[in-house]
Structure formats: structure tokens, C-alpha cells
Design a protein around this ligand. Structure first.
Ligand code: PLP
Length: 386
């Protein structure tokens, strides 16, 4: 882990900040792109995971496309030099101006998530005098066996169009003259660690594609989304996720001969490359005897533990003692839920010690906020440290 190697060297930077391991990012990109190449798969980076410009410019070097969830994400991808023809845009609530912008840019596909959205994209395309490439985002009703806050493909989810509704509404969908329905899209959830879930997904997709093609749809591509999980418990054991395993499951189970197969990975590409570095500010003990470690980061820099109950491994990287304590690690925000973790056994920690909150490269900085008028955290890149 990079921060452990750097230790005291990091004390010259104002905390809290994100530390990015650029060598690990490159190794991860090499791994995903070479494994994808073996099967002819196309990979999009889910830009929502981290919008950092330097990270995006490195990702671009490896030829990945982009998956977006808003008009501004499409704009950022285009500003960063990604080819619009490699950009897909999903999201349940696209504003008219966002749809118009995506159409103007000629992106690869707008992944539509409701019948009404298909009608609106058709209407706007008609007004603009164009035919727009779209994909149907289907809700496949699959349990991704992950934290329920981040599952997106179960029957009652807000994401995607139910398979039954697509079938029932096919005459209406196929009458939309200003749309080219070129793809089928799905994304069943995030932080998936039980890889057999991807096998279930393929089996479902096979049925859906075959049935819809019998009904007259002609899909050029199937985009099976992202979701590959990372090792938050012991990141050192698995710094690069096993992309080859997912690809091999899909290769063995997905039966869509002749179609392009696309993936949209976010967390698995950038998650392990980032750590949030924070300084211990104060120690205090509650009336009940709980030892609190108050650090200068909070939910405004990394909200995942407070939003989803997600676990991040935390370590003191500058402690100089062998004695340990059990701590509850809390942030500075004016919220009782601003707790990173409880019952963490760590070396006795003092004011000025540096902590790392590991595996924070995905959905960390991109979810940061100015709540309490906190400044946004900075970024330190490993290849710029002297
Ligand atoms: C449509 C879509 N694709 C891809 C992703 C990326 O998922 P992950 O970061 O788990 O790979 C997400 C995440 O929310 C998503 O909603």
C-alpha cells in the first residue's frame, strides 16, 4: 500500500487529501484492457466513480470508452478527449437539455430507462431532424448478492425497464421512427464479489435477447454494465480485481454470437488506486467509555460508510508505538452518523498522526460535498511526489 511506504513524507501535504497510486492505476488498466482484448470485449469506464482529470487522461490512453449518468458527465468525457462514439449515457432522469446535448454530440447510445424516456428522446430527435442511437436498459430482476443500497437490477428497482413492459410495449417502441434501437443494456449492481451472479446474469440476458430479437429487435451490442467488486477488507491481498474471471464467465455463458459485448466498470478500475489521507485531530472518551478518534476528514470527503454502511480498512501510517487501543473513528461534520468505523483496533494514535482510509478511489472524491462549507479535498499523485 502506497501510503504505508510513503509514511512521514505525506506530512508535507495539507490533509485531508486523496492519494492516487498512478502505477497501480496503470497496472489495473493494463490488466482490464489486455483481458478484454482476448475476447474482443469493449470496456467503458463509469466516470461517476471518479472524475479526476489526470485519472481520466490516463484511462483514455488505454482506449477505454466512457459510461455516463448525466449530461455533465458526457461533457466532461468529451472535454477530456474521449471519442463520443465510445460514450454511453444511462440514467433514469435525463433532462431534455441533457438529451439534446447527448444527441448533438453523436454519442454511441443513450441507454433509455423508461418507455416515456424513449418517447421523449424520439420527440427531441424528431425536432432536431435526426435519428438517435439508443439502447434499451432492461431490468433483468437479478439478485446481485451485494449491499442492498447498491443493487440496481431487482424487480422493484428504479433502474431500467422491466422485461415484461418491453414486451408489452413493443408495438409502441418500434413505432418510434426517430430512434435506432441498437443495443440492450443492463447493470445489476455494484461491489459484486460472488462471481456466479454474472453467470445468472448471462443466462437471463440470453433469454431476453433471443425473445426480443424474435420480436423484431436487432441489437448490435449487449452492454452488461459494471459491478465487479474490490477487496475492501484486505486490499493488499488483491490490489487488481480479477477482470479475467468475469470475462471468462461471460465468454462461457453469454450466447450473443456476432454482437459486440460491452462492460462498464467503475469501482474495479479506480477503487484500489485511491486512499483518503487524514490527520488525527483529537482524542476523547465518551461518558460511556468509548474512545473516539476525531480526524480531519468526514462524510464530506468520503460518504460511503455513512450512506451505505460500507466498510473501509483504516490504518495509522505514522504511529510509533506498539500499544493498541480500540477506537471509533469519527469525522468533523455536524452529523451523528459521521462515523468511519467503530471498534477499530489500531496503534495508540495521537494528534498529528496520519491515517489512511483505504480503497477510496471510487465513489470517494466524486461524492464529496461542501456540507458545513468544508473545502473539497485535494489530490496527490504518486508520480508527482518528490
Ligand atoms: C449504469 C451503470 N453502469 C456502470 C456502473 C459502474 O458500476 P461499478 O462501479 O460497480 O463497476 C454503474 C454504477 O452505479 C451504473 O449505474
Amino acid at each position: 500500500m502506497l501510503s504505508r511506504q510513503l509514511g512521514e513524507k505525506l506530512k508535507k501535504y495539507e490533509t485531508p487529501f486523496y492519494l492516487y497510486d498512478i502505477a497501480l492505476l496503470r497496472q489495473t488498466l493494463e490488466s482490464v484492457s489486455s483481458a478484454a482484448r482476448q475476447h474482443g470485449y469493449k470496456v467503458h469506464y463509469a466516470i461517476k466513480a471518479n472524475y479526476d482529470s489526470k485519472i481520466l487522461s490516463i484511462i483514455r490512453e488505454y482506449g477505454l470508452g466512457i459510461d455516463c449518468a448525466s449530461g455533465n458527465e458526457v461533457r466532461k468525457a468529451i472535454e477530456m478527449g474521449f471519442d463520443p462514439k465510445t460514450i454511453v449515457y444511462a440514467g433514469v432522469g435525463k433532462r431534455d437539455k441533457e438529451i439534446r446535448y447527448a444527441i448533438e454530440q453523436g454519442i454511441m447510445a443513450i441507454n433509455c430507462e423508461s418507455i416515456e424516456e424513449l418517447e421523449v428522446v424520439n420527440q427531441i430527435s424528431c425536432e432536431m431532424g435526426v435519428r438517435t442511437d439508443v439502447a434499451l436498459r432492461v431490468n433483468p430482476d437479478i439478485d446481485p448478492k451485494t449491499n442492498r443500497c447498491i443493487d440496481t437490477g431487482q424487480a422493484d428497482s428504479k433502474f431500467g425497464i422491466s422485461y415484461e413492459e418491453i414486451i408489452a410495449e413493443t408495438p409502441k417502441i418500434q413505432a418510434l421512427r426517430n430512434l435506432n434501437i441498437i443495443g440492450l443494456h443492463l447493470h445489476i449492481g455494484s461491489q459484486i464479489r460472488e462471481l456466479h451472479v454474472f453467470e445468472n446474469m448471462c443466462n437471463k440476458v440470453n433469454v431476453i435477447v433471443a425473445r426480443l430479437e424474435r420480436m423484431g429487435y436487432k441489437f448490435r451490442f449487449v452492454d452488461v454494465g459494471g459491478g465487479l467488486g474490490i477487496n475492501y477488507d484486505v486490499p493488499e491481498n488483491e490490489p487488481i480485481p480479477n477482470f479475467a474471471s468475469v470475462f471468462s464467465i461471460v465468454h462461457n455463458h453469454l450466447e450473443v454470437d456476432g454482437k459486440e459485448v460491452h462492460f462498464e466498470f467503475g469501482r474495479s478500475i479506480v477503487g484500489e488506486c485511491g486512499e483518503l489521507i487524514s490527520t488525527v485531530m483529537f482524542n476523547k472518551t465518551t461518558a460511556t467509555g468509548r474512545k473516539l478518534l476525531i480526524i480531519d476528514a468526514s462524510m464530506t470527503e468520503l460518504i460511503r460508510p455513512m450512506l451505505y454502511g460500507s466498510y473501509h480498512n483504516i490504518e495509522n501510517i505514522t504511529a510509533d508505538t506498539d500499544t493498541t487501543e480500540k477506537y471509533t473513528i469519527v469525522g468533523t461534520a455536524c452529523e451523528s452518523t459521521d462515523v468511519f468505523d467503530s471498534n477499530v483496533t489500531m496503534p495508540t494514535s495521537r494528534r498529528g498522526d496520519l491515517l489512511t482510509i483505504k480503497s477510496a478511489g471510487a465513489y470517494g472524491m466524486s461524492m464529496a460535498s461542501n456540507y458545513n462549507l468544508h473545502d473539497l479535498p485535494g489530490a496527490v499523485y504518486s508520480d508527482e511526489i518528490e
